[in-house]
Ligand binder design. Structure first.
Ligand SMILES: Cc1ncc(COP(=O)(O)O)c(C=O)c1O
Length: 387
């Protein structure tokens, strides 16, 4: 199989999505990559087996170490993120935990902005402390506080835009703060995707993804990824071998297949979400809309009605499915305080502004008018007609 090249010089994102990492097989004419389900790869000689096992020969050996389908997805995603390389994982949390564990040890400390996905929050506040790794949190956007917390820390961790309040973080400042303190910088890029934000270009060392969301894009694949430079990824690769959180080869292949339409899907998610945000902002029954103007994620707070109105809104929607995920082609709705941010204490949730009345929408790629009609109808069920 050969990479025919020829497209690289121009290489805007949409072209990279389709071609990066793909191989052409002149023997068969096959231009769609095959799937490699093998758990292990054969060797002609014992010497080759031994040398490959020892890591002195760069060959496929055992799928927990690497696999051609992993490499296809990794090369494509690394190119999209503007990173030297990437590693795929079984889920976003497998990627995030392996990336942090790869660079931390007992006694180390993390500095982080407080707005984080609930699973990451739990990892940093409940799991890591059991292994002697603490985290100092500061309010999102408090750069002076982050600089103070970063002093003596091994890693600086942020998410942007944040889940579920869509707060944006200045990633160049975060990278500069981390590097001034001699710490590694990490950013979860799940919500923006490389279509809207390339953290590595801002100086971030490791870019993390729940690929289960926009990258895979169809709510049918659990997968994660870590992108970065060769040096920062080396311990991540080693940790992946040790912990074993690799995806199924077919899943990695599906991720690569889905990445081919990433820009196309994101453009449509954004167009629909902009229309939804405009509708909600003009509606007096909605007190607040959180939307950064790109991607398909937004959250809203109703002006009145309490938890009952929230339930009527969520249950009244027909196209928006009530489900605890995001980034799929179908529109989705959830109440983060009751799902993704369930494990936060009332104090922590209150400090962040994640209330029981906060509703998160993941706007899909359906016909815009249908989504707007669905929302209008459900708002009517929740709070009656707008005057
Ligand atoms: C921003 C963000 N990061 C990470 C994760 C975890 O990803 P996964 O569910 O694939 O483990 C999620 C899941 O919702 C998320 O929203």
């Amino acid at each position: 199989m050969e990479d025919r090249g020829g497209w690289r010089e121009a290489a805007p994102l949409a072209t990279q999505e389709v071609h990066a990492g793909e191989r052409y097989d002149p023997a068969t004419g096959m231009f769609v990559s095959p799937i490699h389900p093998a758990v292990a790869f054969g060797h002609e000689t014992l010497e080759d087996l031994v040398e490959t096992a020892a890591g002195r020969r760069d060959r496929f050996h055992y799928t927990r170490y690497s696999n051609p389908d992993f490499r296809l997805a990794e090369e494509k995603l690394a190119r999209l993120e503007g990173c030297a390389d990437a590693r795929v994982f079984a889920s976003g949390m497998a990627a995030i935990s392996a990336a942090l564990l790869a660079h931390l040890q007992a006694g180390d400390r993390v500095a982080a902005y407080r707005d984080l996905y609930g699973g990451t929050w739990r990892l940093l506040t409940e799991v890591f402390p059991r292994y002697g790794i603490g985290t100092r949190f500061v309010d999102t956007g408090d750069e002076e506080g982050l600089a103070r917390a970063a002093r003596g820390a091994r890693a600086v961790y942020v998410e942007s835009p944040t889940n579920p309040l869509l707060r944006e973080v200045d990633l160049a400042r975060v990278a500069a703060i981390a590097h001034a303190a001699g710490a590694l910088s990490l950013c979860d890029n799940t919500f923006a995707t490389p279509v809207y934000q390339r953290p590595a270009e801002a100086g971030i060392d490791l870019v993390l993804h729940s690929g289960s969301k926009y990258l895979a894009g169809h709510s049918d694949l659990s997968i994660g990824a870590v992108c970065g430079g060769v040096e920062a990824l080396r311990p991540v690769d080693s940790m992946r071998r040790a912990l074993g959180g690799v995806p199924d080869p077919h899943g990695a292949w599906l991720l690569a297949r889905s990445l081919k339409t990433l820009s196309l899907r994101m453009g449509r998610h954004t167009a629909n979400a902009r229309a939804v945000a405009a509708l909600l902002r003009a509606d007096p029954r909605v007190a607040r809309v959180h939307y950064p103007g790109y991607s398909g994620m937004l959250s809203l707070e109703l002006a009145s009605g309490g938890p009952d109105a929230v339930a009527r809104l969520c249950e009244g929607l027909r196209l928006f499915r009530l489900a605890p995920t995001l980034g799929g082609v179908e529109s989705l709705v959830t109440v983060p305080r009751r799902t993704s941010h369930l494990t936060l204490s009332d104090e922590d949730a209150g400090r962040l502004g994640i209330t029981d009345g906060l509703v998160r929408l993941s706007v899909g790629i359906e016909e815009t008018a249908d989504l707007l009609a669905d929302l209008r109808r459900a708002l009517g069920l929740a709070l009656g007609k707008s005057s």
